[in-house]
Design a protein around this ligand. Structure first.
Ligand code: BJ8
Length: 439
């Protein structure tokens, strides 16, 4: 079916249909070349290939059907948004387009050039009206995580309703109290949109649904990275599955991720790996990879490496913690538990953020990885500055690390490839030397 079949709907929600169709055509072509050409892909990826073909078609129709039933549709740019509440209200909470360089020139008519590409790309999608998710949302839920985002909401609000959540930058008692109030306020805002009070049971059900989704993703993460001898799925496919988790219906998505994991478990039992033995296995740390930002994964996996995990918000940081529902019998306790879960997020916007550093070292050891790439988007000051402390800790542990700062333009793809190639060579050499020493 695809976008063509939903042209009228797209037009009715204000999408620039012609420009949108052109962009989607390019996106699907890129997906075909970069993903569907991989050999020995798990059969379970067929669902995600289908979802990609309907990403701005059937899924948009589903979201707009929910809106017609007075259910909320909330667009986000950050994992701090309590999606459990939107899900509990029967609505859709999804990530908005923000990973393409094609919308940046438009954004630069309103925003400065020297800010993070994610913010500019997302802003440009709104100005161009080429993200059907943005066009479908009742409101965009912004947060005060970084300086550039915080200020850009004021400009974005001229074009689309925006509701901003105040995220503290420290995790002291008083900060957490304020955070809980923000979650309560978010719930009240959802009630305003739907014109209906949310019951405790509905919110608990929304929480159960999202917990299950995160559990499935944690399962996928373990299958990707915990067995050094068998890597049953490529890093690119692994990343793509996680990316789609921010758009798909959570119940259907969880079912499909679990089906894929069943197949991957079988592959592990049968020793079916998509990479040759001794392929250097890398963890990637840092800022989120919004689709179609596949540049780094392509660079690694086209030059003989494998990405086994993303320590990122489109990755492990998103699904590492769940909401504890044990003994939750009233709304106040639920709000407290939500706050506790969200406060576990170790985004670099917090100071101090030492748990993130300890976690990275532990993850590396658990996965018996060969090296890490610390990846930041250009002008992301929080992750760029935090790189110093992370690389210092990695060095102390003797963990090989390559730092890459990049934006969405294709111009540095060649340079990144060369640097990744050299890094992989050094890891292969180290592996051989260790094997020789242990003989
Ligand atoms: S919880 S990482 S999703 S804020 S990359 S826009 S921080 S300048 S995306 Fe993020 Fe939430 Fe944190 Fe995760 Fe700013 Fe940095 Fe750009 Fe960023």
């Amino acid at each position: 079916m695809g976008v063509e079949a939903h042209k009228d709907l797209l037009g009715s929600i204000g999408v620039d249909v012609e420009r949108h169709a052109k962009m989607m055509g390019m996106g699907l072509e890129a997906y075909k070349n970069q993903f569907m050409s991989q050999e020995n892909r798990p059969k379970g990826m067929e669902y995600f290939d289908w979802f990609m073909s309907e990403i701005q078609g059937q899924r948009i129709a589903e979201i707009n059907q929910l809106r017609a039933e007075k259910k909320p549709a909330v667009g986000t740019f950050c994992i701090f948004v309590p999606e459990e509440i939107v899900t509990g209200a029967g609505g859709a909470c999804y990530g908005l387009c923000g990973g393409s360089p094609a919308t940046i020139p438009d954004a630069e008519t309103e925003l400065p050039r020297n800010i993070c590409p994610l913010i500019k790309s997302a802003h440009g999608f709104k100005l161009q009206r080429t993200c059907a998710y943005t066009q479908s949302s009742d409101f965009i839920y912004g947060e005060t995580t970084c300086e550039a985002k915080k200020k850009s909401w004021e400009i974005l609000a001229k074009h689309h309703p925006v509701h901003v959540m105040n995220i503290p930058h420290m995790k002291r008692e008083k900060d957490l109290r304020m955070w809980k109030e923000e979650i309560v306020e978010f719930k009240e805002h959802i009630e305003e949109v739907t014109g209906k009070k949310l019951s405790l049971e509905e919110m608990k059900e929304g929480t159960r649904i999202v917990n299950e989704k995160r559990k499935a993703l944690l399962r996928l993460d373990a299958l990707r990275g915990m067995n050094p001898d068998v890597m049953p799925i490529s890093g690119k496919d692994g990343l793509f599955v996680v990316q789609m988790g921010f758009l798909d219906d959570p119940v259907r998505y969880t079912e499909k991720v679990n089906e894929l994991c069943d197949e991957l478990e079988q592959r592990v039992r049968d020793g079916v790996s998509v990479f040759p033995k001794d392929t250097p296995r890398l963890m990637v740390l840092g800022t989120p990879f919004a689709p179609p930002n596949w540049k780094l994964h392509n660079a690694v996996e086209n030059t003989g490496g494998a990405v086994i995990n993303e320590e990122s918000c489109i990755g492990h940081r998103y699904f590492k913690d769940n909401v504890n529902l044990d003994g939750v019998n009233d709304e106040d306790t639920l709000m407290e538990r939500l706050m506790e879960r969200y406060a576990e997020i170790d985004c670099a916007c917090f100071t101090p953020n030492t748990p993130r550093i300890d976690k990275i070292v532990q993850m590396y050891k658990d996965r018996k990885a060969d090296g890490v790439i610390y990846y930041t988007l250009s002008f992301c000051h929080t992750y760029n500055v935090e790189a110093h402390l992370v690389t210092e800790a990695l060095e102390k542990e003797g963990i090989p690390c390559l730092v890459i700062e990049s934006d969405y333009s294709p111009e540095d793809a060649g340079q990144i490839k060369t640097r990744v190639e050299a890094f992989l060579e050094s890891l292969t050499f180290k592996k051989k030397a260790t094997a020789f020493k242990n003989k």
